[in-house]
Structures are given as C-alpha cells and as structure tokens.
Design a protein around this ligand. Structure first.
Ligand code: HEM
Length: 468
C-alpha cells in the first residue's frame, strides 16, 4: 500500500479551528506505519527527539497501525494534566512479564482504586520507615566493595541493579528475599526477559518454538514461581511490621492470585530497574565530573556527621545530592515517555481536536533536553536545580516521573530515598573514578540503561578524609 493511500483510507482528522491538520508523518506502510523511522533513529526516544525537531511541540506519527500524537512542551503537558487513563500501545509488549491484570493496564475506576489502595505503601512516612533497610543494604554493598582489590573495576550496572532489587523486594515482599543467591538468580532471569522485550519493542519478535522464545519463557516462569513462593510464604508468616507493605495490602484486599503476581512484578520492575539505572548514571556522572563529586562529598560529610548513617531525619538535608539525582534523571533521561488517552470524548490540545481514543505520548525526555528550558542540554550541571533556578522554570519542564491525572510514578519518593542513601554511603567511604578509555553509551528503551556494563574504580578514603 502506498504512503498516501494508507493514510487517506483511514481518514484521520486532527484539526485546529482553521481546519489545519496536526503536523507530522504519514504512514509509510499500512502495517508498520513509521516504525522503520523509529528503528532508524535507534529507539522511540531518539525518534521523538527528531520528530519534534522537525514538526514542533505537537506531532503525529503511526506507531504500526495506530496513529498517535506526541506532545513535548510544558504548556501542552499542563493541558493533559487531568488525564488518568493510559493507552496500551507503548506497553502491550511487556504483558508477558507483568500480565494483563497488572496496574499499568488498569484504567478508570479500577485503576484509581488500585492507586488509592497501593499508594500509601510508598507515602513519605512509609518510605522513611524503609531508610534503615536502605542503610543496611548500602553498608553491605560497601563491605563487599572494600574487599575488591585496589584498581579492580566494579561492574556498576550489575551492582546498582542488585542493590535496588534487594531494596524493593525486601521492603515490599517481606523477608522471603533475603538470600543473595536467590536475588542474583532473579536478577539474571529478569535481565533475559527485559532484553528480549526491548528487542520486541523494536519490532523483533521471537519465532514460535525458537530457542529465544524458550529462554524467555523459562526465565519468566522462574520469576513467576519465585513470586508465588514469596506470596505463599507471607500468607503463612504474617507481618509484625507497622509499615504498610505492598504484599500485605494485596493479600488483605483479597486480590486474586494472577493479579497479585502481576502487581508485585510491576512494582518490582518499576521499583528496581529505573531507580537502579538512576544510581548507575549518577555514579557514572560523578566519576566524570570530579568537581560535582567533591561538592557532594562535602555535603554528605557535613550532613551524616559522626554516625556516618543516613536517617529519616538527615536525608532531607542532602540537598545537593538531590540536585545531582535530578540532573541525572534529566541528562540520562532514565524514563523517556509516558502516555494517556480518552476513550469517551475528543481531547483539545494546543488548539487541535484529537479524536476519541487516540493515544497521546508525553515525550518527557524531549522536554528534558529542550534548550529552551535547559541551555546546553547535554552538559551535566546539578546547579540547574538550585532553588532559584527551579523557581524560574515552568513546573512542567521537569517531569521525569510523569505527572498526569494523579498517576505520577507511585515510587518516586522511594527511588530518591534509596538512591540518595546509596550515593551518600558510597561517597563517604570512596572516591569514584571513571575507567579511562571507556565510552558509556546509552540504550534508550522504556528505561535508559548503558549499552554495555558501566565500569568504575574506587579509592577508599581514610579516616582523615584523604584517600588511600
Ligand atoms: C528513577 C526511578 C523511577 C523513574 C524515573 C520512574 C518513572 C516512571 C514513569 C515515567 C511512570 C509513568 C507515569 C505516568 O504514566 O504518568 C512510572 C510508573 C510507575 N512506576 Fe515508576 N519510576 C521510578 C521508580 C519507581 C519505583 C521505585 C517504583 C516502585 C516502588 C515504581 C513503580 C511504578 C509503577 C507501579 C508505575 C505504574 C503506575 C500506574 O500504572 O499507575 N517506579 N514510573
């Protein structure tokens, strides 16, 4: 089918009052739409960067057979700020992992009920009660690193993801997940599934019965069986903790088994993959920018004082550390997009009428790189997040966790707290160095991760704060 007839046949109208159609692409092919261009640019995020450069802050394109509208400006974000429902188009590929019963696919009253029910598990108070656990995990990590021979490289991605996987499982699933070997096996199985799904997102679907499909299914089954065992264990060993823990809330609300596993998997995936990558990228950036690292170290030393521990009281004083995390979220674009739609009525955006049911992409990463809001956007500069600078910017110019319809990421406080605890502990004990000659390139998927392992080296600080 030719380019023009493909679009004409589907008679898609997104017009403003003067009758002009929304700018953007026509479908090149009826089945694949503009997916060839997505592939050519390397990822959906890189494609969106290009698309908005060509067509401005609102643009349409064909995601396979589905037309979508992408928006990339704080003003347009604000216009969608009450939309709750999420279209499936960007996430359907992940269904085999989290199942169709999971929260990312729940809309309307059902989705809102789930958010109201689960959100208290990640409230400020709940997260503060997790800090002791984060601190213990950070101490374990440092103990392990301190035994690494000097100058030996540390596999930063693996270590960071294992840290955040322990943090979310041990605080949300109870004490079933305490065994190091079990965590490592779970992580390896997850890695197999995640890489496969990212390939699927790029259009590369495994052949039925292939070795690749078999590997994926085995890894997926391993994770599902482990979660089923954790649920069974918790049901037989009820909690004595005061904190609202996700697994207990799900059990108390009689969530059916399939859905329960799906919800836990969604929170584990959200809870360790994106925050693990926040930690990886933060360590990478501070290894490349020693001046930032030194400033952060001085803050950590002053705030943590003699105890050397992060606590619910002192964590809020790690102000510069928070700036470093925010600048990392911005430069690395840890989570590049979100999406919304309205399947009951048309949506008016930027003067254009978008027909009922059309998926709208929030191109979060494009705005995080927009030179209008972030001069010299590739430069890593945590001072952009000084209180004065923040107050001068449009509040929707920095939305790395999404924003619309009270459906912002439920784990954002948890992510900041666990990563701040890890960073503060690491900096207090070590200087972090980049490995010379290493080029750490980003792979932009649903989460942005280094293409290969990101290696760092460490130098232990002595008690008088010079380095060994
Ligand atoms: C740096 C860390 C993180 C980033 C950048 C991030 C980013 C995001 C984004 C952009 C969304 C989509 C929001 C929207 O649709 O508007 C989201 C959703 C979600 N995140 Fe996170 N996230 C992070 C950490 C976490 C953590 C620690 C957890 C769990 C404790 C978590 C659990 C979830 C869940 C369950 C959803 C789906 C919520 C729903 O469907 O309503 N995330 N996250």
């Amino acid at each position: 089918m030719s380019l023009s007839s493909a679009t004409d046949n589907r008679n898609f109208l997104v017009r403003n009052k003067s009758g002009n159609d929304i700018p953007g692409l026509k479908a090149k092919d009826i089945k694949h739409g503009n997916l060839d261009l997505v592939k050519k640019h390397g990822s959906l995020h890189e494609f969106l960067m290009w698309l908005h450069q060509q067509y401005g802050p609102i643009a349409k394109f064909w995601f396979g057979e589905q037309i979508v509208v992408s928006i990339a400006s704080p003003q347009l974000f604000k216009e969608t700020s009450r939309m709750f429902d999420r279209p499936e188009v960007l996430l359907s590929i992940f269904k085999p992992l989290v199942t169709e019963h999971a929260i990312p696919y729940a809309n309307k009253g059902d989705g809102k009920w789930r958010r109201n029910t689960y959100d208290p598990c990640f409230s400020h108070e709940s997260v503060m009660r997790c800090i002791e656990k984060f601190q213990t995990l950070a101490e374990e990590l440092l103990e392990k690193w301190s035994q690494t021979p000097r100058d030996e490289h540390i596999p930063c991605r693996q270590e960071a993801l294992l840290f955040t996987l322990k943090a979310i499982t041990q605080t949300s699933l109870g004490d079933y997940f305490l065994d190091e070997e079990q965590i490592t096996q779970f992580w390896k199985a997850y890695d197999v599934c995640w890489y496969d799904m990212e390939e699927r997102l790029g259009g590369d679907i495994p052949k039925p019965g292939s070795e690749r499909e078999r590997k994926f299914n085995n890894a997926n089954k391993y994770m599902k069986d482990t979660l089923a065992a954790a649920i069974d264990y918790r049901q037989k060993n009820p909690t004595t903790e005061k904190r609202e823990m996700l697994i207990d809330v799900l059990i108390e609300n009689n969530i059916p088994d399939d859905m329960l596993r799906g919800e836990l998997m969604s929170f584990i995936v959200g809870g360790f993959h994106s925050s693990g990558n926040l930690l990886v990228w933060a360590l990478h950036f501070i290894s490349v920018y020693p001046v930032v690292q030194e400033k952060m170290y001085q803050e950590v030393k002053a705030v943590l004082g003699d105890t050397g521990k992060v606590t619910p009281v002192n964590i809020a004083k790690l102000v510069y550390t928070r700036q470093v995390m925010d600048e990392t979220l911005r430069v690395a674009v840890v989570s590049p997009y979100a999406g919304r739609y309205d399947d009951e009525k048309d949506v008016t955006l930027g003067g254009y009428v978008i027909p009922t049911g059309t998926p709208i992409i929030h191109a979060l990463g494009v705005v995080l790189n927009d030179p209008v809001w972030w001069p010299n956007p590739k430069k890593f500069d945590p001072d952009r997040f000084s209180p004065e600078k923040v107050s001068e910017r449009h509040p929707y110019s920095f939305q790395p966790f999404g924003f619309a319809g009270k459906r912002k990421c439920p784990g954002y406080r948890f992510a900041y707290a666990e990563v701040a605890t890890a960073l503060a502990n690491i900096l207090l004990r070590f200087q972090v160095h980049e490995v010379k000659g290493q080029k750490v390139k980003a792979k932009y998927g649903l989460v942005t991760t280094p293409v290969d392992e990101a290696w760092i080296t460490l130098t232990e600080r002595t008690s008088n704060n010079s380095v060994k």
